[in-house]
Design a protein around this ligand. Structure first.
Ligand code: SIN
Length: 331
């Protein structure tokens, strides 16, 4: 007997145990961020077995890279600083791994960063062919000396996205750094809409920051004189501001994937209130391992129940403007 399973693919609505975004089915809205613990096959398998809503791969480059000198990662109670330097296996190896990861029945999201437009288009073509469900174009790695982040150059970003868009029909997400001016957020939103991007991941780490050990009077990581990308609690308000503004500028035409300082279900809830449709976890996943996805999901479910939300969809983008003076001290 032939069994036909019909799935209604309604964007962002939970149907038959899945959310559909860009016609890709996600078992959960909570997943790992491209960054920690997603480089090696063993780490990717652990993500497959976890409650992560997708397997997001470490950003691949054209050639394999050993990355920057160690120590290149440091974490404290407020977050992390890294200057990993895109340590990865190179796109050809990920093209071999992707078909094997499909057995986990969740989206395989391949993150990539070229050092030229040609490298981008070659990798996009190959990763598409290998079966990646979504391609996340990383325009925001702050840790390669002499290679400024493309996403801070609007003209170059537009040129890159225009060409990459014409290379594949697969959903394209773009991973962006934090922007601090409304006009920059508006300009980037215009570029994303014009080039028919399918998702925007906000934010990558806050680049070229410094954490100092005052006892030893030194920076805590070695590359680039200690300058690196900061994540975790340090960046959550910056991430929320970017998610909130971009969600509004994109008018719900492009889903926003929120990342930056999610440790708990409450943190995830804040991102959803600000308009994120999906969320990713980086720093806390690195310190707590793959069990974090089930824990954050469980905490979010409890929170929704306590607040009488039947489903997370009812809270997405519902951040209210403050009235009254309940937080006020003077001013
Ligand atoms: C790194 O590998 O240096 C971090 C990657 C990124 O921030 O995009």
């Amino acid at each position: 007997m032939l069994t036909v399973i019909l799935k209604k693919e309604v964007e962002g609505v939970f149907v038959d145990q899945f959310y559909s975004f860009n016609s890709v089915l996600f078992p959960s809205r909570i997943m790992n961020a491209s960054g920690p613990l997603c480089t090696w096959e063993q780490e990717l398998n652990a993500l497959g077995e976890s409650a992560s809503g997708a397997i997001v791969l470490k950003t691949t480059t054209f050639e394999p890279r050993a990355g920057n000198d160690r120590p290149k990662y440091f974490e404290n109670e407020w977050g992390s600083i890294n200057s990993n330097g895109l340590e990865n296996l190179g796109y050809k190896k990920y093209c071999e791994l992707i078909p094997k990861l499909k057995r986990f029945n969740k989206p395989v999201i391949s993150s990539l960063s070229g050092f030229s437009l040609e490298e981008f288009t070659t990798m996009v073509g190959a990763l598409d062919q290998a079966g990646a469900d979504i391609l996340e174009i990383n325009l925001s790695c702050p840790n390669i000396a002499g290679k400024p982040q493309v996403a801070y150059d609007f003209e170059m970003s537009e040129k890159y996205l225009h060409t990459i868009r014409s290379t594949t029909e697969k959903p394209l997400w773009v991973k962006l750094p934090p922007y601090f001016e409304t006009i920059h957020r508006q300009e980037m939103a215009r570029i994303l809409l014009k080039n028919e991007v399918n998702g925007v991941t906000l934010i990558n780490s806050l680049g070229n920051a410094l954490i100092v050990d005052p006892e030893k009077e030194q920076a805590v990581i070695k590359p680039k004189q200690g300058l690196g990308g900061v994540g975790g609690k340090y960046v959550k308000p910056v991430a929320l501001g970017n998610v909130f503004t971009f969600s509004q500028e994109l008018e719900n035409k492009i889903p926003v994937i929120g990342v930056g300082g999610i440790y708990t279900g409450m943190d995830a809830f804040e991102f959803f209130l600000c308009g994120a449709q999906l969320v990713q976890i980086g720093t806390a996943y690195k310190s707590q391992g793959p069990g974090i996805f089930a824990r954050v999901q469980g905490e979010l479910n409890e929170l929704l129940q306590r607040k009488n939300y039947a489903r997370i969809e009812d809270a997405i983008g519902k951040l209210k403007v403050v009235e009254g003076e309940e937080y006020g001290f003077g001013a």
